[in-house]
Design a binder for this molecule. Structure first.
Ligand code: ZN
Length: 287
């Protein structure tokens, strides 16, 4: 099952067609994604038995973020060896965890205003929690995941690195710094949810390419480790880290520029396309 938000309403998606869940179910299911997470298995069963024959076409621009109100957004740093290495640090023996404050979340086709010329890209697999997870064992973790989606962990590097210790959470939480989508895809839709190709590019210029099997801490291991401390709640997001190829690690460093489109994609899930513009703080002479 692929579930997204079309014109602000939860819908089951198939290609470029959408079935409005509340309308098509005659109100059996509400037009409220948070409530749907509580009945996810029932929803999948309904969608499967009902079929999508009467789904109607939508345009990509009508797609919003699949979910905008998570209680918690976890993000993992340095979860790929080649990215740790390009960052000049050893591969971690425990996952570095920070948050992206939820006000940074935005839709898969939304415009993102760059606050400065120092904004970097990080394509990431994002796990959406479907069931409360507390002290979950690794082998039980996938059953607590509603689905997977594509995310960008956009990062303003000067804020991230300002001060006596890095400010990961702040530098990664400007408005628009957490585009997600195009849909929440249930793990059973994917041939191998533990091994998905992911990449990001600007135009034809490929910036990052990797595979999620190369994560140091897999989705199940992250859920086990996070839920050993914080209960994970339905709708919570876990940004699982980025492979190598970020702009900060290049010589010279390279960052995102206005009037381009950042395209991020993950095998079997889809792609998100975010046009970039110069925000209010972006120096006029560098536009
Ligand atoms: Zn990241």
């Amino acid at each position: 099952m692929r579930v997204g938000t079309v014109r602000g309403r939860p819908a089951v998606l198939s290609g470029n067609r959408a079935l409005d869940i509340a309308l098509a179910s005659d109100g059996r299911f509400p037009a409220d994604m948070a409530a749907l997470f509580e009945r996810w298995d029932e929803l999948a069963e309904w969608a499967d038995s009902r079929g999508l024959d009467d789904a109607v076409p939508f345009t990509p621009q009508e797609l919003g973020a699949p979910f905008l109100r998570p209680s918690q957004v976890f993000a993992i740093g340095l979860n790929y060896r080649d990215h740790a290495s390009e960052s000049g640090v050893a591969a971690p023996d425990a996952p570095p965890v920070f948050t992206k404050f939820p006000t940074c979340l935005t839709g898969p086709y939304d415009v993102v205003a760059l606050p400065s010329p120092g904004v970097d890209w990080e394509v990431e697999l994002v796990a959406v929690i479907g069931r409360r997870a507390e002290h979950v064992r690794e082998q039980d973790a996938w059953s607590h995941v509603a689905g997977l989606t594509v995310g960008q962990d956009l990062s303003e590097r000067s804020v991230q690195l300002a001060g006596p210790v890095p400010q990961f959470s702040l530098g990664k939480s400007y408005p628009g710094f957490g585009p997600i989508g195009p849909a929440i895809v249930t793990p059973d839709e994917l041939q191998n949810p533990d091994d998905l190709a992911l990449s990001c590019r600007v135009g034809d210029d490929i910036l990052q390419q990797g595979r999620t099997k190369d994560m140091i801490f897999s989705v199940p291991e992250l859920i086990a480790r996070l839920s050993a401390v914080c209960p994970l709640l339905p709708g919570d997001l876990v940004f699982t880290g980025t492979p190598h190829g970020v702009g900060m690690a290049r010589t010279p460093p390279r960052y995102l520029t206005p009037d381009t489109i950042l395209i991020s994609s993950i095998e079997g899930i889809g792609e998100i396309r975010n046009p970039l513009t110069a925000g209010a703080g972006y120096p006029a002479q560098q536009r």
